[in-house]
Design a protein around this ligand. Structure first.
Ligand code: HEM
Length: 207
């Protein structure tokens, strides 16, 4: 490997790191939602893990994009890191990566402003994590150099299978009340305090 190749190697490895961390953030979020403990990690510990994975994914995405600015094999401007479609290499699929990164950032920031925007709006924004994950997967597969290698296929396959399986598990257990809690009221609902002082409504949201 020559020194000129270093940014390209960093861009590729941080691309996989970002996708792996995004996947772990999805998995931890789904484990929070389905109240599934992993060893001694559960409840607020799992929420913390979920947020940390989400933040680390954003850091990896930032390094991924920054490395591309120094990659001599591709002409990427700083503007192209934020405006989808400006990267000359596979513009559709790299543009999808830019969009996925922006959606991931929006979802992460929405947690900080949850009190201001309200929990129902925060929940709606949180559904966009599926768009970010799907966009990132398609982006990596369609624009990556390593697509087609056995290890990359196993990596993408395992990540997608894990998120799909847990999403199925979430759907199957969605209406199950927590142990010791009564089922949700059909209408009206009530509010209960959340860890950070915001309130979570149990009122059903419009589809
Ligand atoms: C959610 C955010 C993102 C994730 C998870 C992600 C992940 C990935 C992955 C896994 C690859 C495949 C690397 C390989 O096969 O070697 C890749 C490639 C690539 N990504 Fe991203 N990416 C994201 C955002 C971005 C952004 C914002 C840009 C900026 C334009 C970008 C530009 C590229 C380019 C140009 C490649 C091809 C690199 C190559 O293989 O030579 N990505 N990305």
């Amino acid at each position: 490997m020559t020194p000129e190749m270093l940014p390209w190697v960093i861009a590729r490895s941080t691309g996989f790191a970002a996708f792996g961390l995004l996947t772990l953030a999805m998995i931890a979020g789904l484990l929070v939602r389905t109240r599934t403990p992993v060893g001694s990690v559960k409840g607020s510990g799992m929420v913390d893990l979920h947020r940390h994975f989400s933040l680390l994914a954003l850091v990896a995405i930032a390094v991924h994009g920054t490395a591309l600015l120094f990659d001599g094999t591709i002409d990427v401007s700083p503007l192209a890191l934020v405006v989808p479609g400006l990267v000359p290499y596979r513009p559709l699929w790299t543009g999808l990566g830019v969009l996925a990164a922006e959606v991931a950032l929006l979802v992460h920031l929405s947690f900080r402003f949850r009190k201001r925007i309200g929990v129902p709006m925060w929940r709606r924004i949180h559904w966009l994590t599926y768009a970010a994950f799907t966009g990132a997967a398609v982006h990596g597969i369609a624009s990556g150099t390593d697509t087609g290698t056995t290890w990359a296929t196993a990596f993408y396959g395992a990540a997608i299978a894990a998120v799909a399986a847990l999403t199925g598990w979430r759907a199957a257990t969605a209406r199950r009340p927590a142990p010791g809690r009564r089922a949700r009221p059909a209408a009206g609902g009530h509010n209960r305090p959340m860890r950070d002082g915001a309130e979570e409504t149990t009122q059903r949201l419009p589809a």
